[in-house]
Ligand binder design. Structure first.
Ligand SMILES: Cc1cc2nc3c(=O)[nH]c(=O)nc-3n(C[C@H](O)[C@H](O)[C@H](O)COP(=O)(O)OP(=O)(O)OC[C@H]3O[C@@H](n4cnc5c(N)ncnc54)[C@H](O)[C@@H]3O)c2cc1C
Ligand code: FES
Length: 263
């Protein structure tokens, strides 16, 4: 059940010149959130920008009722949000999303993310590890300058494989290349992914070919975020010319079984 809250910003960190981590006091939202859920933020009480911005939940500190999210400054909305000072309020609705990561039935799990898509994977890895799952995390970034959260993911993974496309840091190449090698070499019961569309498409193809259960989180463009505007429609795998079928990512997702959606 989502709710609207004016949550106090209790901590603000700048992870990169354009990437900020916010910690807000939101006990009731924290209590109802699951890995994969997101929140919708209204960045101003002025009329412009009017629409809320969807941002993933990065970490849930259940003991202290603190919700953390990390965002990259992209356009007007995130620029305004980045200027918020500690002690001020953030207008959020959450948790949002019916489709969350379901890891409970698997023992050996692979988590793969790229770029700013790694943020929602942290809470998943943390919960799965606490639940005694074997967690191997594959994180891909464009180059050394884009690498974030290495130490944080190390703590919540049994094994962290970090890659940069150009080899300027850690292993060279795409994270999926290392996942593919590990699938051949050992047992992976399920894959969980979030990241840029080309990466998600490649993960989806690999998982279907190898017949491994796979859940992907889609970060479609959104407008209303409430399932009423069709702004975030994704085709279902069953959809055809004669019988087109869509799901709203903001309502049915953002996490879907990879074999159920056409991306
Ligand atoms: C489920 C979900 C989770 C997300 N989680 C994160 C996250 O954890 N961290 C992060 O940095 N970014 C995340 N994004 C992307 C983030 O929502 C956009 O970068 C942000 O909305 C851009 O807003 P803006 O006003 O700065 O940019 P503008 O380009 O000015 O935004 C204009 C409009 O387009 C929408 N929009 C623009 N880009 C995106 C996008 N990529 N996805 C969805 N809507 C977009 C905005 O919501 C707004 O309605 C997520 C997106 C979705 C759908
Ligand atoms: S963003 Fe409006 S229906 Fe999903």
């Amino acid at each position: 059940m989502s709710e609207l809250l004016l949550a106090k910003l209790v901590k603000k960190e700048q992870l990169k010149p354009d990437i900020f981590k916010f910690s807000v006091k939101a006990p009731s939202i924290v209590k109802n959130s699951k890995p994969g859920n997101f929140i919708e933020i209204r960045v101003t009480d002025q009329t412009e920008p009017f629409l809320r911005r969807p941002i993933s939940i990065y970490n849930l500190d259940r003991e202290n009722g603190i919700l953390e999210f990390i965002f990259q400054v992209k356009g007007k909305g995130t620029q305004i949000l980045a200027k918020r000072e500690v002690g001020k309020q953030v207008d959020i609705i959450g948790p949002i999303g019916y489709g969350t990561f379901q890891y409970e039935n698997y023992k050996n799990i692979a988590i793969i993310g790229g770029g700013i898509g790694v943020f929602p994977l942290y809470e998943l890895a943390k919960c799965a590890k606490a639940d005694n799952k074997s967690v191997t995390t594959y994180l891909g970034f464009r180059s050394k300058d884009f690498v974030v959260l290495e130490e944080e993911f190390k703590k919540v993974s049994d094994n962290l494989i970090l890659t940069t496309d150009d080899g300027s840091y850690a292993k060279k190449g795409f994270a999926i290349n290392y996942l593919e090698k590990d699938i051949k070499a050992e047992k992976i019961d399920a894959i969980f992914a979030c990241g840029p569309l080309p990466m998600l498409k490649a993960v989806q193809k690999l998982a279907i070919e190898k017949d491994i259960p796979c859940q992907i989180s889609l970060e479609e463009k959104m407008a209303c975020g409430l399932g009423v505007c069709l702004g975030c429609a994704v085709k279902t795998a069953k959809s055809s010319k004669e019988n087109p079928e869509y799901w709203h990512v903001c309502k049915a997702g953002p996490v879907f079984n990879a074999k159920d959606v056409e991306i």
